[in-house]
Design a protein around this ligand. Structure first.
Ligand SMILES: Cc1cc2nc3c(=O)[nH]c(=O)nc-3n(C[C@H](O)[C@H](O)[C@H](O)COP(=O)(O)OP(=O)(O)OC[C@H]3O[C@@H](n4cnc5c(N)ncnc54)[C@H](O)[C@@H]3O)c2cc1C
Length: 434
């Protein structure tokens, strides 16, 4: 089958890889000059099935109010009224019940754990190097209150059969010796030994190179403008370089996916939640993290990527704005310097922002759409790197009409169609930006 994949972030490239491996003729189209130059470029580097949880959880509305008042706030909501924002926040709040949390988390963990297995196979098959480490991740608590609150998460890990270690101060330092100088700031930690880390950009670029060798055509520097429908099917896609036809189309445009499919009557509940990262060259290995340390107070992940430290986090609900704020940069620098002071050269830090494609229930949208030959692989939010390989594989199996290796009945767009006849998301369609 001739298949066009729209988007060459980590989700589009993994989709293209698995589709090509299943014998399809695949073309990938993206406006950027190369793969993974938007949200997949400088994320926090965590491959963390163990922490696969929706943001929408019981107690979050109260916590969110508190966060909004913090100096180094993990959550920022721009007050500008915007219909898409209001609708998305309302849907997210609707998912903050215990029942919704349990349902959403279960399907996220299912996909994330499958994804880790797929990534293990992919690494073995392709030999791609991406500053990967399999040394677990550590959630670091600065207060006894945080240690006590972790009890609920531990119950969930236990129920899900996810291996974990509860660590005291000494245990945290044994796992991450770079924390030794910060011992008085630590109250304890929760370590997930099966979690991994790595550079999503390097991985995606490496996989794109191998996909090209397998026969995938990459058309970079090409803006996607609209999908053309005829007789109830997608006939073609109009781009800045002309019209491209295919038997099937896969939408993997991250936060921009709704803009392409809204005009077709599909309302994807995907909102761009902005996050920031800094990447700092390593200058003192003995003070640096070995893997990912998540600072629970600031909700910031500090990850070792080869000879660099990546510090990422924060959630800004502010539409498609990609401007860089000095205040956010200071928050990231504060977090890493406070715990791993002197490990990196802050004067050479590079600063970046990306838009997480977030669904209100935390689960991505992977699978069929109501249009027969249009498939969706989008809405991976905070966990697109973690879930990429598994999502690509599930998507390819669905397109090829194969039985998927994990249950996919609740991963697709149809879960938003069940509760109401009309799609629930009421974001206004906007023109597609190049
Ligand atoms: C600060 C931050 C930290 C994060 N940390 C982690 C982490 O530690 N672990 C984790 O698992 N996830 C993390 N994430 C989330 C993860 O990065 C994303 O979920 C993932 O990158 C999304 O991939 P994607 O391919 O869907 O989107 P993208 O990478 O954005 O790809 C979409 C592609 O579509 C293209 N495109 C869009 N519109 C058009 C158009 N009109 N024409 C042509 N091309 C178009 C873009 O150029 C882009 O290449 C983080 C995100 C952020 C912002």
């Amino acid at each position: 089958m001739k298949i066009v994949v729209l988007g060459s972030g980590v989700i589009g490239v993994t989709s293209a890889w698995y589709l090509a491996r299943q014998g399809h003729e695949v073309t990938v189209i993206d406006r950027q000059p190369a793969a993974a130059l938007e949200t997949s470029f400088a994320n926090a580097g965590e491959i963390s099935p163990g922490y696969s949880s929706p943001w929408a959880a019981p107690g979050i509305p109260m916590k969110a109010l508190k966060w909004l008042l913090m100096e180094h706030a993990p959550l920022i909501i721009q007050p500008r009224p915007d219909l898409q924002k209001i609708a998305w926040v309302a849907q997210m709040l609707g998912n903050c019940t215990s029942a919704a949390y349990a349902r959403n988390k279960a399907r996220m963990v299912r996909l994330a754990e499958y994804s880790r297995d797929c990534l293990t196979d992919l690494r073995a098959e392709t030999g791609i190097a991406f500053d990967e480490r399999q040394q677990g991740t550590l959630q670091l608590f600065r207060t006894q209150k945080q240690v006590d609150a972790a009890g609920k998460d531990i119950d969930v890990l236990r129920q899900g059969g996810v291996p974990f270690e509860v660590l005291d101060v000494q245990g945290c330092i044994a796992a991450e010796p770079g924390l030794a100088a910060s011992r008085d700031k630590i109250a304890g930690g929760l370590r997930l030994p099966k979690d991994e880390t790595g550079d999503c950009f390097k991985f995606t670029q490496g996989l794109a190179t191998r996909a090209a060798a397998l026969g995938v055509t990459f058309r970079h520097g090409v803006a996607i403008q609209r999908l053309n429908i005829a007789a109830g099917r997608i006939a073609s896609v109009t781009t800045s370089e002309g019209v491209v036809t295919a038997d099937a189309f896969v939408v993997a445009l991250g936060s921009y996916s709704p803009r392409l499919v809204n005009p077709l009557g599909l309302r994807l509940p995907v909102y761009p939640v902005k996050g920031y990262s800094i990447t700092v060259p390593l200058v003192d290995e003995t003070r640096a993290p070995l893997s990912t340390v998540m600072d629970e107070t600031h909700k910031i992940a500090i990850t070792r990527l080869g000879d660099r430290i990546r510090v990422g986090g924060m959630a800004e609900i502010a539409g498609y704005d990609l401007s860089l704020s000095d205040k956010r940069k200071r928050t990231l620098q504060h977090s890493v310097e406070d715990l791993f002071g002197g490990a990196g050269d802050q004067s050479r830090a590079t600063f970046w922002a990306g838009l997480r494609p977030m669904t209100p229930d935390g689960t991505p949208i992977v699978g069929r759409s109501p249009i027969a030959n249009l498939f969706l692989n989008t809405g991976h939010g905070t966990l697109g790197w973690t879930m990429a390989a598994g999502s690509g594989r599930v998507l390819a199996d669905i397109v090829s009409d194969r039985v998927t290796e994990i249950d996919n009945h609740d991963l697709g767009y149809s879960r938003y169609q069940k509760s109401t006849r009309r799609p629930r998301f009421i974001g206004a369609p906007a023109p597609v930006a190049a």
